[in-house]
Design a protein around this ligand. Structure first.
Ligand SMILES: [Zn+2]
Length: 388
């Protein structure tokens, strides 16, 4: 904080010093023979903790030229980083007003000003400035990245797709997996509006961009379910299991629902048993128990669950067993069953079931873009002893 305040008078002083040394050649010299009264007025404001007035005075004192433009930029950035965006904007705007049209520092000032507006949440203005930089071919890659960020925030997926294409062309980066997510976002918008055909079209485009897009496959299956096309949905979900077993917890319930709707759930029991043997996991276990109960009754489900818990005890499994015992209901259950049930509910509530591979962010619901590190496709269901 104190260091930042020091920068202002130092910058003003160095401006004066440089100016006075070149006073022979330069006509800009204001304070011939000494520091201007304004300079001391500025220091006074600083000492009285009136930073806004001090900035006004120092901005007036500061000559903008090759030597001091960097100081303006550095000062503005410091303010932005401290969250004092209004001040950063004033400093960068002042700089922009004073540098020449062809000056290299003009574009740097534009970039900084755009970032100030972005930090202040003034997305429209930031968008305008970043677009100006892209069109002018200055700081293009940086500006394109920021534009993508803005369009993501605005949920303007068409523009996000277009700008990502530009960034790919500019850098050679492979952005197809991210573009597929933008398509999925569009599909989800259409799905919410019950426009199933346009949603499916977007999914096809997403899968053309990235055939391994798990989210697109899940959505495609869900859309088929909404159209009551269960055979198609089930085949998509099985494809998904083959592609990436990490997402098994997301798929098994969907598969069970499809087969129950088709009346073919008995055929799913051996398939789920195989999945359980290969991958383990509580989601597969719970859905298998559900099928056993549905096909063979509660008694068999309890027997399966008990044997499974002896080998692999989990809170969610135990919770399911308590429910099954209650459903059996042929004898009054002892009062401690209720206490166990409360305990399992509490334990499950506190537990995150998704985690980011990249930064470790954990969540209770599936995010396709990590809220922690802002990466796409890094959050997965946790597959561990405790949870899965
Ligand atoms: Zn992350």
């Amino acid at each position: 904080m104190e260091l930042l305040w020091l920068l202002l008078p130092v910058a003003a002083f160095s401006g004066w010093w440089v100016a006075s040394r070149h006073s022979g050649q330069r006509s800009r010299v204001r304070a011939k023979g000494g520091l201007s009264a304004d300079y001391f007025k500025g220091i006074n404001y600083l000492l009285n903790e009136q930073p806004d007035k001090a900035i006004d005075v120092f901005i007036k004192v500061l000559e903008v030229d090759e030597d001091t433009a960097e100081t303006h930029l550095a000062l503005g950035n410091l303010y932005r980083r401290r969250g004092e965006v209004d001040r950063a904007i004033r400093i960068h705007q002042n700089l922009l007003a004073r540098v020449g049209a062809g000056d290299s520092q003009r574009f740097e000032a534009l970039l900084e000003l755009a970032q100030d507006h972005l930090s202040a949440g003034l997305l429209d203005r930031a968008e305008g400035l970043f677009s100006e930089l892209v069109e002018g071919g200055h700081y293009k890659v940086q500006a394109l990245r920021q534009l993508i960020d803005i369009y993501e925030q605005e949920k303007d997926w068409d523009k996000a797709i277009a700008v990502s294409g530009q960034l790919e062309a500019e850098t050679g980066l492979q952005l197809a997996p991210v573009i597929a997510h933008y398509r999925c976002e569009k599909a989800e918008q259409a799905k919410r509006a019950n426009a199933l055909e346009p949603a499916l079209e977007e999914i096809h485009k997403a899968l053309r961009a990235d055939p391994d897009c798990i989210r697109a496959l899940l959505l495609q299956g869900d859309l088929y379910v909404m159209q009551a096309d269960f055979p198609h949905a089930a085949s998509i979900f099985r494809q998904l299991v083959k592609k990436d077993s990490d997402y098994l917890p997301e798929v098994v319930e969907r598969l069970r629902v499809c087969h129950q709707a088709m009346g073919t759930s008995a055929a799913l029991i051996p398939y789920f048993s195989d999945l359980l043997a290969q991958h383990g996991g509580i989601s597969v276990t719970l859905n298998l128990v559900e099928l056993i109960q549905y096909e063979r009754g509660v008694q068999e489900a309890i027997q399966f669950m008990t044997e499974h818990l002896q080998r692999r005890p989990t809170v969610r499994g135990f919770d399911r067993l308590l429910d099954l015992e209650k459903e059996l209901g042929n004898q009054p259950s002892p009062p401690y069953i209720g206490i166990f049930k409360e305990l399992t509910i509490q334990l499950m509530e506190e537990r995150a079931i998704y985690r980011c591979d990249h930064c470790g962010y954990s969540a209770k619901s599936l995010h396709w873009k990590c809220p922690g590190c802002k990466n796409w496709n890094t959050i997965k269901p946790i597959q561990g002893v405790q949870d899965e």
